[in-house]
Write a protein that binds this ligand. Structure first.
Ligand code: NOJ
Ligand code: CA
Length: 556
């Protein structure tokens, strides 16, 4: 069997959001058999691992990130037999299978919580974080991520429980040895079922403080204050991850990628350096709010420079611009109009030229765009609805609040995959659980399959190039300081004699390159360009969203 350390080096991961990928039975909800139907499409794309967002039993308050049975499949997604068949079929195609493990919290409908909440004396009494009222109120002023207090009162216990996310997502108490053993056993059962890896949700928050202290950070409009400083990256959380690693990850040779909120390079290293024995790789969590208005050239340069500096000595990190928690990348950073196609390709080229593990989020490979639903009732996401409420509390009008939702909504990424131009984009023959993007007749997989210069084919080429040029995977990275740095991104990848260069203009205007660089480019060979419909690039000026991958000549 291939060693984990070897296959990890070649990973290109595709993230499936099962609810929105492909509906096999017409109930309007994507499912595991839908993913099975589309495996040939994924194989052809060239990815060699799938990460599925949660498909376990769940009341769906946060679309499956609230699990009520870690070993059960939510019936709308299929059965355990479907899941086992999917894992087998992935393996037969040479693809790894990664599940999302959500163990910072469970659902409040998990039997553990129901028992824990029933009294102060029961077997699961300490499986969650319970505190007595203070002066008849919540124990602290803490805010929860989807709005309101982080504490919820349960009369049967006369106590509050803590929930970092929604009140239907109570946080698990990792100080309980029984809870730990149960979770580790559950993880081992998934390894028995053949999964190759885990994406660990909200992993930087596992440990909760022993003493809860009021937050002094500025309160949100609802009056409660975030307390991330007391809840993130503590030594106790690292000890928990290390214990998981010893009990499960290492013995079962699982690939693990932790979703972690990191403030400093040290935070990243603490999770991902091999000698720490925690995760193999990290996905730094970046709230969409933090990206609004940012220039993508600067985002890519600063984000990946710091990840590279912190981690290139032996560890790995996820390379991504999109996931199920963010608006669509081409809408945030590219262009939804005339430059749609070149901008989708340019963003892809810039990201896939970097070191790290590329993650492709479903639909990104088609250049899918934001949906901008016209009414708040069209949104399904708990976070989008909370953003709307918060903006109203701040005094915004309903129209302004809706615009605020358009900027950050996670539902932009959750509209159904656009497979073809038939009704509902070929996603379902029923009524989709969330609206289909109106542009599906122009942007869809069937149309792009038939066009060898489409965004879809471009992604296939990029993924194939990463295999053909190991320097893209293993080579050193150096960003070149070419002005204007808010629009231009220029970097070199180098490994022994092989040198590749990326030059990209990530703006809506043409951009002249300095003479020294353009004369150098005349000696280079273009390998791929976002203007691939237009023939060879010109070395002196980059057109709007023109991104080019060059091979530099050996003797230079
Ligand atoms: C991060 C997940 O990516 C997000 O979708 C979810 O809402 C939170 N963790 C809570 O599980
Ligand atoms: Ca279905």
């Amino acid at each position: 069997m291939e060693r984990k350390q070897d296959w990890i080096r070649d990973l290109v991961v595709y993230q499936v959001y099962p609810r929105s990928f492909m509906d096999s039975n017409g109930d309007g909800i994507g499912d595991l058999n839908g993913v099975r139907q589309k495996l040939p499409y994924l194989k052809k794309l060239g990815v060699n691992a799938l990460w599925l967002s949660p498909f376990f039993c769940s009341p769906g308050d946060d679309n499956g990130y609230d699990v009520s049975d870690y070993d059960g499949i939510q019936p709308e997604f299929g059965t355990m037999a479907d899941c086992e068949a999917l894992i087998r079929e992935c393996h037969a195609l040479g693809m790894r299978f990664i599940i999302d493990v959500v163990v910072n919290h469970s659902s409040d409908e998990h039997p553990w919580f129901i028992e824990s909440a029933s009294s102060r004396e029961n077997d699961k009494s300490d499986f969650y974080i319970w505190r007595d009222p203070v002066d008849g109120h919540e124990p602290t002023n803490w805010w929860s991520v989807f709005g309101g207090s982080a504490w919820e009162y349960v009369p049967a216990r006369g106590q509050y429980y803590f929930h970092l996310f929604s009140r239907k997502q109570p946080d698990l108490n990792w100080r309980s040895p029984q809870l730990r053993q149960q979770i580790f056993a559950m993880m081992n059962r998934w390894a028995d079922r053949g999964v190759d890896g885990f994406r660990l949700d909200a992993a930087s928050h596992y440990a909760k403080p022993e003493h809860f202290v009021d937050s002094t950070l500025p309160p949100m409009p609802d009056g409660y204050a975030p307390a991330f400083d007391q809840l993130s990256n503590t030594p106790e959380t690292h000890a928990i991850v290390n214990a998981m690693n010893q009990a499960v990850f290492t013995p079962r040779q699982l690939f693990t990628v932790g979703e972690v909120g990191c403030q400093t390079p040290q935070d990243m290293q603490d999770y991902a350096l091999p000698q720490r024995q925690e995760f193999d790789a990290i996905i730094p969590f970046i709230p969409p709010q933090e990206e609004v208005g940012k220039k993508v050239a600067e985002v890519l340069r600063s984000r990946y420079q710091s990840q590279y500096d912190a981690l290139h000595d032996g560890s790995r990190w996820a390379l991504f611009l999109s996931n199920h928690d963010k608006p669509r990348q081409v809408s945030s950073w590219g262009d939804e109009g005339a430059l749609w196609e070149v901008s989708a390709k340019a963003l892809a080229l810039c990201l896939h030229g970097l070191p790290g593990i590329p993650f492709v989020y479903e639909g990104e490979e088609l250049g899918m765009t934001n949906a901008y639903f016209p009414r708040i009732e069209d949104y399904r996401d708990i976070d989008s609805r909370n953003v709307y409420r918060t903006l109203l509390l701040e005094g915004k009008t309903p129209q302004q609040a809706l615009q605020g939702v358009w900027e950050v909504s996670r539902d932009h990424a959750r509209t159904p995959m656009q497979w073809d131009d038939s009704e509902n984009a070929g996603f379902t023959c029923g009524t989709p659980w969330i609206g289909v993007n109106r542009n599906y007749r122009e942007i869809n997989a069937a149309r792009q399959e038939a066009d060898s210069l489409s965004v879809l084919h471009f992604y296939r080429e990029l993924i194939a190039l990463r295999r053909r040029y190991p320097v893209l995977r293993d080579g050193d990275l150096a960003f070149l300081p070419i002005a204007p740095e808010d629009r231009l991104l220029v970097y070199r990848r180098q490994d022994q004699g092989i040198r590749l260069l990326v030059t990209a203009n990530l703006s809506h205007q043409p951009c002249a390159l300095p003479d020294s660089l353009s004369s150098h480019l005349r000696t280079c060979t273009p390998l791929l360009t976002s203007y691939n419909r237009e023939g060879n690039p010109e070395a002196g000026t980059l057109r709007p969203f023109e991104a080019i991958l060059w091979q530099e000549t050996a003797e230079e």
